[in-house]
Design a protein around this ligand. Structure first.
Ligand code: ME8
Length: 513
C-alpha cells in the first residue's frame, strides 16, 4: 500500500491557539484527507512543543510547575484541532517519555559519529524564537538588540555542546540541488540556499542556563536545545529509535513537513543536517506557507487583534471557514483576513455556487422525478462534455495536490461548478418537464452525477458539507473514495433520494445594535 506521512509544526503551548495554528493544521488535514481518499495509508501528526526557556518562563509566570502548566495548556491545542475537524492520527507532546527516549538516542548517535562536541557559547539568544543570532543579524533599537523577527535578544554565555553544522554546508547545497522539490515554494528555496551559501557556524545544541528540557545523556548539567528536541518529534511518533519498527519503515522519510515561513530555516537547514549526520534520510519536502494578517495588520497579542478560530467557526460555520482559508490565498503566499472577503466567499462561492447548483438540481429531482435518481436515456455532446469535465477533475487535482496548490485545486473544482451552472441554464430542465420528460430525466441525471463527483472531491476541504451532499444523492458511505470517481460507480437510476435540504445558507450580516 502507498504510504504518506505529513506533519504540522508542534505548537508552543504558551500561546493561545489562533488562526495561524488553525491554518497550518487545516492545510495538513486537507492534504491528509485527500491522500486517504486516494488510497494511501496516511500518517498525519500534530502536537505540542513543551520544553525550553520560553515555556519555563510562561509556567513561572502562571505560578505553576512546567509539567502541570504544559499538561493544562497542551489541551487547548487538542481542542482546537477537534473544533476545526482535523483528522490527525497522533498528537505528540515533547514531554512524553517516548520522546525523551528518541531525543537521547538521536543525541547518542550524533555523539558517536563525532558530530557533536563540547565547547562554550557566548553570543545572542532570542527567547521568543528560541534561536541564536549573530551580531550582524541584529538591529539596535532603543538600546536593545532586536532580531530580524522582531524578537529581543539577550547575551548568553554558557558551556554548551555544539553540532558541527559548519561542515554540512556543501552537503546541504548538494542535497538541495539533487532534490529540487525539497523546499517549496520555489522563492523560499532560493532564500534558504543563499543562507547556506553565506556560510554557517556550528550550532549550540545544549543549554546549561535552563533545566526545563530533555536531559543530555550522562551530562546532568545540560538539557538539549529546544529545537533539536522539537524537530525530533517527527521521528518519535513513528517509533524511533526503533528504526526497524513497522511504522518507521513505512513512514520515514516524511513526505511533507508543513510549516510557516518563520520556521523554515530550522526545518530546511538544521533538520536535514541533523538527520544526515545521524545516518538517516532527510524528509522529502518542507513546504513553507505564508503569513496571515488581520485586516491588513500584523496579528499579535500586544495589538489585541489575534483571530480566535473558535469565534470564526461560531460566526461563519466550520466548513465555510475551512473553505475560506484554503481558497482565499494561493498556498505559499501571505494572506489577509478580511470580514468582507469571508462573507463574499460564503455568499458567492458556497451559497450561490455549489449550494445553489445542488439545491436547484435536487429539488427538481424531488418534484419532477418522484424523488428517485432519474433514468438517463441517450447522451448529447453537451451531456458528455460535462460528465467528462467532472471525470477529468481527479488527475488534475492530483497534480495540484502534489505541489500543495490547494487554492488552485478549488479553482479547478469551481470551474466544473460554473460549467454545470451554464449547462443547467442552457438545458432548462424545468421547461423540458412539459415537452420531453425523457430528456429532462437525462439532464437531471447528468447534473446529479456531476454533483456526485463534486461531493467526493470536496470531502478533503469540507468534510461535513460534502458528506451531506453525498447523503442527499444516496451515495453509500463506502462508495465515496476516489476509486469511485468513474462511470462504473455512477448513481443508480431509480434509487430513492432523501428530501433535499440546503447545504450552504447565505450569510446575512446581523444588524448593528
Ligand atoms: O514555532 N500566519 O511553534 P509556534 C500563518 N514550536 N501561520 C501562522 C501564523 C500566522 N500569523 N502564526 C503562527 C513553533 N502560524 C515551534 C515549532 S516544529 C518542530 C516546532 C503557524 O507555536 C505557522 O505554521 O510558534 C508557524 O510556523 C507556526 O504556527 C508556529 O507555531
Amino acid at each position: 500500500m502507498k504510504t504518506y506521512y505529513i506533519t504540522t509544526p508542534i505548537y508552543y503551548v504558551n500561546d493561545v491557539p489562533h488562526i495561524g495554528h488553525a491554518y497550518t493544521s487545516l492545510a495538513c488535514d486537507v492534504m491528509a484527507r485527500f491522500k486517504r481518499l486516494d488510497g494511501y495509508n496516511v500518517m498525519f501528526l500534530s502536537g505540542t512543543d513543551e520544553h525550553g526557556q520560553k515555556i519555563a518562563k510562561a509556567a513561572e509566570k502562571a505560578g505553576i510547575d512546567p509539567q502541570a502548566f504544559t499538561d493544562k495548556v497542551s489541551q487547548n491545542f487538542r481542542i482546537l484541532l477537534k473544533n476545526i475537524n482535523i483528522s490527525n492520527d497522533d498528537f505528540i507532546r515533547t514531554t512524553e517519555e517516548r520522546h525523551k527516549k528518541a531525543c537521547q538516542a538521536l543525541w547518542n548517535e550524533l555523539l558517536k559519529r563525532g558530530e557533536i562536541y563540547l565547547g562554550k557559547y557566548a553570543g545572542w539568544y532570542a527567547m521568543r524564537d528560541e534561536a541564536y543570532y549573530t551580531e550582524d543579524e541584529l538591529k539596535d533599537v532603543d538600546g536593545k538588540k532586536i532580531a530580524p523577527s522582531g524578537a529581543e535578544c539577550e547575551w548568553v554565555e554558557e558551556p554548551s555542546y555544539f553540532f558541527k553544522l559548519s561542515a554540512w554546508g556543501d552537503r546541504l547545497l548538494k542535497f538541495y540541488e539533487e532534490n529540487p522539490d525539497f523546499i517549496l515554494p520555489i522563492s523560499r528555496r532560493n532564500e534558504v540556499i543563499s543562507f547556506v551559501k553565506s556560510g554557517m557556524r556550528d550550532l549550540s545544541v545544549s543549554r546549561t542556563a535552563i533545566t526545563w528540557g530533555v536531559p543530555v545523556p550522562d551530562e546532568p548539567k545540560h538539557v538539549m536545545y529546544v529545537w533539536l528536541d522539537a524537530l525530533t518529534n517527527y521521528l518519535t511518533a513513528i517509533g524511533y529509535p526503533d528504526t526497524n519498527a513497522d511504522t518507521f519503515k513505512k513512514f520515514w522519510p516524511a513526505d511533507v513537513h508543513m510549516v510557516g515561513k518563520d520556521i523554515l530555516r530550522f526545518h530546511a537547514v538544521y533538520w536535514p543536517a541533523f538527520l544526515m549526520a545521524a545516518g538517516l534520510p532527510a524528509p522529502k519536502r518542507v513546504f513553507a506557507h505564508g503569513w496571515w494578517t488581520n485586516e491588513g495588520q500584523k496579528i499579535s497579542k500586544s495589538l489585541g487583534n489575534v483571530i480566535d478560530p473558535v469565534e470564526l467557526l461560531a460566526t461563519y460555520g466550520l466548513d465555510q471557514t475551512r473553505y475560506f482559508l484554503m481558497r482565499e490565498v494561493p498556498f505559499g503566499n501571505d494572506g489577509d483576513f478580511a470580514r468582507e472577503a469571508m462573507i463574499r466567499r460564503i455568499n458567492s462561492d458556497l451559497a450561490n455556487g455549489i449550494g445553489n447548483l445542488a439545491q436547484r438540481s435536487l429539488s427538481q429531482i424531488a418534484k419532477n422525478c418522484g424523488g428517485l435518481v432519474p433514468t438517463p436515456k441517450e447522451y448529447t455532446d453537451k451531456d458528455k462534455a460535462l460528465l467528462q469535465s467532472a471525470e477529468n477533475l481527479l488527475p488534475h487535482l492530483r497534480s495540484l495536490f502534489d505541489v500543495q496548490s490547494f487554492s488552485k485545486a478549488l479553482d479547478a473544482i469551481w470551474g466544473v461548478i460554473a460549467e454545470a451552472d451554464r449547462y443547467v441554464d442552457e438545458q432548462a430542465p424545468w421547461a423540458l418537464k412539459k415537452t420531453d420528460i425523457a430528456r429532462m430525466e437525462t439532464v437531471l441525471y447528468v447534473l446529479a452525477e456531476t454533483l456526485r463527483h463534486l461531493g467526493i472531491v470536496l470531502q478533503p476541504f469540507m468534510p461535513d458539507a460534502s458528506n451531506a451532499l453525498l447523503d442527499q444523492l444516496a451515495v453509500p458511505a463506502d462508495a465515496r473514495s476516489f476509486a469511485h470517481l468513474n462511470a462504473a460507480n455512477a448513481l443508480t437510476p431509480g434509487r430513492p433520494l432523501p428530501a433535499p435540504q440546503g447545504i450552504f445558507p447565505r450569510y446575512i450580516e446581523a444588524a448593528k445594535p
